[in-house]
Ligand binder design. Structure first.
Ligand code: 0WK
Ligand code: BGC
Length: 851
């Protein structure tokens, strides 16, 4: 028993000495938490640099946009082919995603060798080889002559402008095929595949293996938003906010960024961390000066680092009694699988002896202990460096989400991470120590990145298919110049019909004479009562007009009109109005005072004299053109009531099924068709109808129609103005949708914004076509080459919508280029107008009495 204790003491002492010896020799490779936090901060700075448009060109960490915007949502399905090139093995796979809605993925695959003469030969031969392997795979599985969407996992840094393209920035790891750098590898592959007349594949996506890994894991865990490879090479990707990605248009939603962290330090930022061993390894590598971070971490280099260290220690007489072997001098003789074997808990030491012996060395027990510790320090540093960079990414995710605590999942893959006995534990431990405010789940990707690549392809083809369907719906609202000119022409024709006695009754645009024949000339004066009914609110106003100085002072009170009054009897409505007037006069201390009153009554009225009004567009018409009223002198204001335009079906060619739905559900089906395509009361309802239809098609809100969305009028037009505001980030769009009981994704919100834009744009364009018709008429009526005219505008939609007035102005300019139209917003609403008209009428009556 004493002998055993003596042996144990002797061994632990020996071990201690060897460990100390190695710790001294490799002092610079042991990184304290303070150093790791510093590296983490440096990496955060590099990420920011990579994301910046101006700084990206000089950034070493390229932060490449991948155009992967969505993680799988379970609705993906179909059959896909997938190629996985760049890791330690080249694989061709067929992936079947989700049969009958069941969330499962069937995969069958075949590995193909990647001989050096291929991966370091001529680029086109490399792609010919890949295409040959693909053809072989399809032949052996009877897949020829069947069209397949294909996803390419290409594990090298590629700059992408879309999913189905990737410009190779540089080869890494063992690859160095000529003539491929700075070319689009998807075109290279497409060209090679085309040589095989009997295979038909559509390369829909190119993804980096980190992206494939993240997507593979996200299919099982929706919290997964980071993908890390620690294999032959090393790299990471994560979901970044579009608003932080300068290199890609748009601020909405998120996109996956392939960091290419392997190149961290290529600009010298890690020179204080790198050791002489790292520099020697780099000089002997395929790409000196490149991928310096990767060369301190990944599987292709870890074994070589250990070899270089052992050789230096042997040369320094610290190992093997100073003896060296030719194998120890030979690059690549020690591989990462050897390092992993030497670090195994139980059989590690025995493995170490066996491996060193295979290298032609005669290691002592002490040597084996020392070599094992060398492996530990090298692989520990690798895990630490990965942890520091990963912690930087996790911190960025937490800050992007403005969270105190982040819960997330990191998808992992790569041989080093999978085969090294201690690696995962060490990495997880250090990550959690560096970012204590993150709950991180590490999820190993069981089926490699290709399942993920198939997911991206499935998402791409789903998004592509959905996009096509959504574009089909949005296209219904995109009016061509020809269509707008046609509306303008038809509106003009309806104007003429309405003005002419013979055709007036059949005209849909009633062109109602208003008996307003004069415009204010500044001599008007006095106190006037004005009522403004029919817009959003009912207002009673006292308007004081002082002559000569064109000054008008107004006092007004807004009264709500309860729905039951709005839709009750006429008598109840007018009793309510009179009550409001009485309240107002009482409030103004004018009870019993006799005052002239002007009434803005925003509904279609046939008038025989000036004291009954309504309009949505009026203009001063030449009396000679108004056959319904005696006299040819002067002008009279015509209330077009163009809201009824199209009630005869003349614009049914541009009315959509959604317009019909809105009309069917309205208080006056078949009536006011133009108004129902253009005005604030209906735009929100059109949007609601479209959203319901898109949701029924499974294109929105995962096909779930909320009770609230089924409620007529729930999607108010004010939401359009809010949602379309450029200042509103997507998150705010989502909160509006939340209020409507709609649980939306980023993509959903982008589509909702597009739908709102399409509906409001069409409305503004249709208004523009109508306005162009009337200003062109006035120009021609006045026989003018050019007409300069001001149009008074009012209304909540025009005032509040962020783009309506601009699109309206642009449309009028395009359709009536010889009219210089100024749109002037009426600051005081039409109440003031009613008082001014009353003042003008009183002035003209006075003038008539005096004549
Ligand atoms: C398996 C993935 C593949 C990736 C590889 C990385 O399917 O896309 O490139 O992991 O690990 P390696 O094979 O380089 O160790
Ligand atoms: C490549 C990355 C790849 C990583 C892991 C690196 O050398 O640059 O694109 O993701 O290896 O395979």
């Amino acid at each position: 028993m004493f002998a055993i204790h003596l042996m144990a003491f002797y061994f632990s002492k020996l071990k201690e000495d060897q460990i100390k010896k190695v710790d001294r020799f490799l002092y610079h490779m042991r990184l304290s938490d303070e150093t790791l936090l510093d590296i983490m901060a440096r990496f955060q700075a590099e990420m920011q640099k990579g994301l910046g448009k101006d700084t990206n060109p000089t950034a070493s960490v390229k932060m490449l946009p991948t155009f992967v915007r969505a993680i799988p949502d379970g609705s993906e399905n179909g059959e896909f082919l997938s190629l996985d090139l760049g890791g330690s093995k080249f694989r061709v796979l067929k992936v079947q995603v989700s049969e009958e809605g069941k969330r499962n993925v069937q995969m069958e695959s075949q590995f193909y060798p990647t001989p050096n003469e291929i991966i370091r030969g001529n680029g086109s031969e490399l792609f010919d080889y890949i295409a040959d392997c693909l053809a072989d795979f399809m032949k052996t599985r009877g897949l020829k002559h069947k069209k397949f969407p294909l996803g390419l996992t290409f594990s090298f840094p590629c700059r992408q402008t879309k999913l189905e393209e990737g410009i190779l920035l540089s080869w890494t790891k063992k690859f160095k095929a000529r003539g491929v750098q700075d070319t689009d590898v998807v075109s290279c592959l497409t060209k090679a595949v085309k040589k095989h007349k009997d295979i038909d594949v559509d390369i829909l996506t190119l993804v980096n293996d980190t992206v494939g890994t993240m997507m593979t894991c996200a299919y099982d865990d929706p919290y997964c938003e980071v993908g890390v490879i620690i294999g032959t090479g090393t790299n990471a990707c994560y979901m970044e906010d579009m608003s932080n990605i300068d290199l890609v248009e748009g601020d909405e939603g998120r996109m996956c960024i392939n960091t290419e962290w392997g190149a961290f330090g290529d600009d010298g930022t890690l020179e204080d961390i790198r050791t002489e061993f790292d520099r020697e390894l780099d000089l002997g590598s395929l790409n000196p000066g490149k991928q310096l971070f990767e060369k301190m971490i990944s599987g292709l280099y870890l074994g070589e680092l250990v070899r270089i260290i052992l050789l230096k220690m042997a040369k320094a007489g610290l190992l093997f009694g100073g003896k060296k072997s030719s194998a120890l001098h030979t690059k690549g003789k020690i591989e990462t699988r050897h390092v992993a074997a030497m670090e195994k808990y139980k059989e590690g030491l025995a493995n170490t002896r066996e491996i060193l012996t295979d290298l032609g060395l005669e290691p002592s027990e002490a040597d084996c202990i020392a070599v094992q510790h060398v492996c530990t320090i090298v692989s520990f540093r690798s895990a630490n460096l990965c942890a520091a960079a990963l912690a930087a990414i996790l911190t960025r995710l937490r800050e992007n989400k403005k969270l105190e605590r982040l819960r997330t999942t990191v998808g992992m893959d790569g041989t080093l991470y999978k085969i090294h006995p201690q690696y995962p534990k060490r990495l997880h431990k250090v990550v959690r120590r560096l970012v204590p405010n993150c709950d991180v789940r590490f999820l190993l990707s069981e089926s490699g990145s290709t399942k993920g690549a198939a997911m991206v392809t499935a998402v791409a083809s789903r998004v592509q298919a959905q996009r096509k369907q959504i574009d089909k719906v949005l296209a219904l609202f995109q009016l061509t110049r020809e269509q707008l000119m046609d509306v303008q022409g038809k509106m003009r024709r309806e104007f003429e019909y309405g003005l002419k006695r013979d055709t007036h009754l059949m005209a849909t645009v009633k062109m109602l004479p208003t008996y307003v024949c004069g415009m204010p000339d500044g001599t008007e004066k006095g106190k006037f009562l004005a009522l403004d009914l029919g817009g959003t609110n009912f207002r009673v106003l006292l308007v004081k007009i002082r002559s000569g100085r064109r000054s008008v002072r107004m006092y007004n009170k807004i009264f709500a009109i309860p729905l039951e009054i709005m839709q009750g009897t006429g008598e109840e409505l007018f009793d309510h109005i009179v009550q409001c007037i009485a309240d107002f006069l009482d409030y103004m201390g004018l009870k019993g005072v006799q005052l002239p009153l002007g009434f803005t009554f925003s509904f279609p009225c046939r008038q025989t004299s000036i004291d009954k009004t309504g309009s949505n567009m009026c203009y001063m018409e030449e009396m000679r053109n108004i056959e319904l009223v005696e006299g040819d002198e002067g002008k009279m204001c015509i209330n077009t009531e163009w809201g009824g335009f199209g009630d005869n079906g003349c614009i049914d060619d541009i009315r959509t099924q959604y317009d019909e739905k809105v009309d069917e559900g309205s208080l006056n089906p078949g009536k006011q068709r133009y108004e129902k395509m253009t005005s604030g009361m209906y735009l929100g309802e059109i949007v609601r109808q479209i959203l319901i239809d898109l949701t029924k098609q499974g294109l929105l809100f995962r096909g779930q129609i909320s009770e609230r969305l089924r409620t007529r009028g729930i999607f108010e037009t004010k939401f359009l103005s809010q949602i379309e505001s450029d200042r509103l980030a997507l998150l705010q769009v989502r909160s509006i949708l939340q209020q409507l009981g709609l649980d939306s994704t980023c993509e959903d919100s982008i589509v909702v914004k597009e739908v709102c834009g399409a509906v409001s744009r069409r409305a503004a364009q249709l208004y523009g076509a109508g306005l162009a018709a009337v200003v062109e008429k006035k120009r021609e009526d006045q026989g003018l080459e050019y007409l300069k005219i001001t149009v008074g505008v009012d209304g909540t939609l025009y005032k509040l919508h962020p783009h309506f007035s601009r699109i309206l102005q642009e449309t009028v300019k395009e359709l009536a280029p010889r009219c210089d139209v100024t749109l002037m917003l009426s600051e005081d609403g039409s109440g003031k107008g009613a008082a001014l008209i009353t003042a003008v009428a009183k002035r003209l009556q006075q003038a008539q009495k005096e004549n």
